[in-house]
Design a protein around this ligand. Structure first.
Ligand code: FAD
Length: 474
């Protein structure tokens, strides 16, 4: 499963050269190219597709930023670096990289200003009522679990989803602006160039790449890998997180085949949290459906339903094998965005449970306990916010299908190459691999589980900029 490596002595002639060679032109690659070329380093970007964009151009375009950005202020929200740090450290999985989270929070306001300076437009209007990309062209949204237990008790919530100004899916707008900025910079872009191997010298340092047609390209200062994740590589998924193969929607352009991770591993790079993934189950959009209860195949709840839908998907798939249903009553019934499949309807909880094939009595006792506390708008079991806690007792009862077979689980990988906060690729012992840098989803970034929308584009561009600067100085 590893990529290829070529020894320097095997290279007869170089076809091209640059100070910094960037492999892959999505959001992370664009950020690398802009910063590396901005320092005066001769920069060459190799992109395997016919043009840049990658998964970033297909995305919702949400960037997770905060700490009091100009956009947050313009929309009337207060935020602080400390609150953002506390939220990210608590929500981004077990033991996220503290140094990266700290730098990201401290640099978030400046990073927003940088995006604006590159020509990314943000409309200073807050859109309430959705998690992640809004249906409008508004600029600020909630995009995580900030207002849900336990996070609301750990950090003052603030909306941090920054969305470029384009309706529905703003990724194309983000990439239009970043690619235009790259085109206006001194960086050269070579499309249709797939990198197939790294070139290594006798000391083990990376000094170039091999691209399509066996072209050897020399990197005088550094190679930066920004090739995206590996959601389209079944062998890598089978090795690291086989449950992802059950997800109906693999979120990624075809370039997300893990090639950059394998290229890095071939020269000795370490990897981090290769099992981590963003897994969205957007069953609680519109938010009124947060009043339902999500149950597993034992008829038991397993999460506070007001958590971000990425949290619901992660729990449902990784802890319950993708066997889940959202139970509602007639009073709160409305159509979710996804799934639209009603798995069963019953005049009573017992009839519904029978239709779903749940163990006798399980759903009934779950509902009885939930309704007992809901009478006081309380949820002492999972601590869902009061506004979403109502007794479910109006027949008929229904269950939306949240199984992997009947619903949309949208997944992409979060694990990847081990890097320091400057994008330097490290070996498994933490030693730098000379000449090799990386950013974006071919690396492990802020989230090592527990994803909030906007973290991928946010950390990819933020740490991409840092990688570009450090490669240019190398
Ligand atoms: C529908 C959808 C919605 C999403 N919404 C959001 C969102 O709102 N916010 C958010 O943060 N994330 C979102 N994501 C996830 C996010 O888009 C990706 O995680 C992110 O774009 C990854 O950026 P990247 O620069 O690392 O990789 P990419 O953007 O995938 O760029 C990698 C580039 O490298 C090229 N490449 C790959 N291998 C090679 C090679 N060997 N040689 C040369 N070139 C190569 C690829 O062709 C590609 O152009 C969404 C994704 C989708 C599909």
């Amino acid at each position: 499963m590893s990529g290829e490596v070529r020894e320097l002595r095997e290279v007869a002639t170089w076809s091209d050269s640059a100070d910094v060679v960037v492999v892959g032109l999505g959001a992370a690659g664009a950020a690398v190219a802009l910063e590396a070329s901005g320092t005066g380093a001769e920069t060459l970007v190799l992109e395997r597709a016919a043009a840049g964009g990658g998964t970033s151009a297909m995305s919702g375009g949400v960037l997770y930023l905060g700490g009091g950005t100009a956009l947050q202020k313009a929309c009337g929200f207060e935020d602080s670096c400390e609150a953002m740090y506390a939220y990210l450290m608590a929500s981004c999985g077990d033991s996220p990289d503290e140094a990266k989270v700290r730098l990201y929070c401290e640099g978030s306001c400046e990073h927003y200003a940088w995006l604006v300076a590159q020509g990314v437009p943000f409309k200073p209007v807050f859109y309430d009522g959705c998690s992640g990309e809004p249906p409008t062209d508004d600029g600020l949204v909630w995009s995580g679990s900030e207002r849900a237990h336990p996070f609301c008790e750990l950090a003052r919530p603030a909306p941090r989803g920054h969305v470029p100004q384009l309706e529905h899916q703003a990724g194309p707008m983000l990439m239009r602006a970043l690619l235009a900025a790259v085109a206006a910079s001194s960086a050269r872009v070579a499309a249709g160039q797939r990198c197939t191997a790294l070139v290594r010298d006798d000391s083990g340092g990376v000094v170039g790449v091999i691209a399509s047609g066996e072209r050897a390209i020399r990197a005088r200062r550094g190679v930066v890998l920004t090739t995206g994740g590996f959601i389209h590589n079944d062998a890598m998924l089978a090795a690291h997180q086989p449950l992802l193969t059950r997800c109906k929607f693999r979120v990624g352009a075809e370039g997300d085949d893990g090639s950059g991770i394998r290229l890095g591993m071939a020269v000795g790079a370490g990897t981090v949290r290769m099992n981590a993934a963003s897994i969205s189950l957007p069953v609680t959009q519109p938010w009124g459906l947060r009043r339902g209860i999500l149950v597993n195949s034992q008829g038991q709840r397993f999460v506070n339903e007001d958590a971000y839908y990425g949290c619901l998907g992660e729990r449902a798939l990784l802890s319950h094998g993708g066997r889940a249903w959202l139970v509602v009553d007639d009073a709160i019934f409305e159509q979710p965005e996804y799934p639209r499949n009603v798995a069963a309807v019953g005049e009573s909880p017992t009839e519904l449970a029978r239709e779903l094939g749940l163990p006798p009595g399980s759903l009934e006792s779950t509902l009885a306990l939930y309704n007992l506390h809901a009478a006081r708008a309380e949820d002492p079991v999972f601590r869902k916010a009061r506004e979403y806690v109502v007794a479910l007792e109006t027949p008929p009862f229904g269950a939306f299908d949240c199984t992997t077979e009947g619903s949309l689980y949208a997944a992409f990988t979060l694990g990847g190459l081990r890097t320091d906060p400057d994008g330097q690729v490290l070996d498994p012992e933490g030693r730098p691999i000379s000449g090799l840098f990386a950013a974006g989803r071919c690396t492990s970034g802020l989230s090592v589980g527990g994803y909030s929308s906007g973290i991928s584009l946010g950390d990819g561009t933020f740490f991409g900029r840092r990688a570009g600067r450090s490669a240019a100085r190398a």
